[in-house]
Design a protein around this ligand. Structure first.
Ligand code: CAA
Length: 257
């Protein structure tokens, strides 16, 4: 299906979505968010796809929600449009999603990257939540996900003082998985995605689910859920195959069953 604001393609078992509003630094308009979620959900339902990558271009992953679209809106209009609800849909994607970030990754762009399961950053990536300069606060998870990722002290500085994190700082504070030279950021994210896409699909899906649950629940409940899912995987063909392959000293062949 042709999209207006994104480009999509599959590379092997990886579904790639490129945000494509370069003149607006990939500002997240409501149309872009709708198209992005449609594309991710369609890859999620495609049995040939095992993982996804979201990227922008070298200059910008995304410079935030579309300020021009929302600057004249009233609170009631904002509530009615509720474009941030689209962000919730990313939580329901079952396969791993990796953000490939270069250049500006600000506001809603940073919140989008933090909604993904892993972040690969180019050396030129810049992370920030500059909403305070517009007289607002982050609205798509910035105060919550950033605080969980980097801790209260730094989150306060980023959100209240508009501190922008370099890629290396973002790596040092645990916001991103790895930093690579700019010409490699997309290739590295695709390689990470194809590596995970080649693994046992049910185990990958349940591992992602229960890791994300660690942010939602008590340790006791999280441990109990983890144990149940661990035992459940012994009902899968892939568990039999994985352990047989180990014993027979050969590579496993996963079926996702
Ligand atoms: N929304 C709409 N358009 C944007 C945009 C945004 N968030 N960010 C950049 N653009 C547009 C600019 O308006 C400009 O368009 P025109 O050429 O038509 O004027 C174009 O992209 C290029 O931007 P600049 O000329 O400003 O480029 P620069 O290199 O001088 O500056 C920048 C880059 C520092 C990222 C600057 O563009 C900027 O500060 N952008 C806004 C960042 C921001 O405030 N993000 C938070 C948005 S609110 C939010 O995200 C709420 C939420 O939590 C959901």
């Amino acid at each position: 299906m042709p999209y207006e604001t994104i480009l999509t393609e599959t590379r092997g078992q990886v579904g790639l979505v490129q945000l494509n509003r370069p003149k607006a630094l990939n500002a997240l308009s409501s149309l872009l968010m709708r198209e992005l979620m449609e594309a991710l959900e369609s890859f999620d339902n495609d049995p040939g796809v095992g993982a996804m990558v979201i990227s922008g271009n070298q200059r910008a992953f995304a410079a935030g929600a579309d300020v021009k679209e929302m600057s004249g809106a009233s609170a009631v209009e904002m509530l009615r449009r509720d474009i941030i609800a689209t962000f919730d849909r990313i939580q329901r994607i079952k396969k791993p999603v990796i953000a490939a970030v270069s250049g500006f990754c600000l506001g809603g762009g940073c919140e989008l990257a933090m909604s993904c399961d892993m972040i690969v950053a180019s050396e030129t990536a810049r992370f920030g939540q500059p909403e305070i300069n517009l007289g607002i606060i982050p609205g798509a998870g910035g105060t919550q996900r950033l605080t969980r990722a980097v801790g209260k002290a730094l989150a306060m500085e980023i959100i209240l003082n508009n501190r922008i994190l370099s890629a290396l700082d973002a790596e040092r504070f645990g916001l991103v998985n790895r930093v690579v030279p700019v010409e490699r950021f997309l290739g590295e994210a695709l390689a990470l995605a194809s590596e995970v896409a080649a693994r046992a699909p049910l185990a990958v899906r349940l591992a992602k689910e229960v890791i994300n649950q660690a942010f939602e629940t008590s340790l006791r409940e999280g441990l109990a859920d983890e144990r149940r899912l661990f035992y459940l995987l012994f009902a899968s063909q892939d568990q039999k195959e994985g352990m047989a392959a180990f014993n027979e000293k050969r590579p496993p062949t996963w079926k996702g069953e």
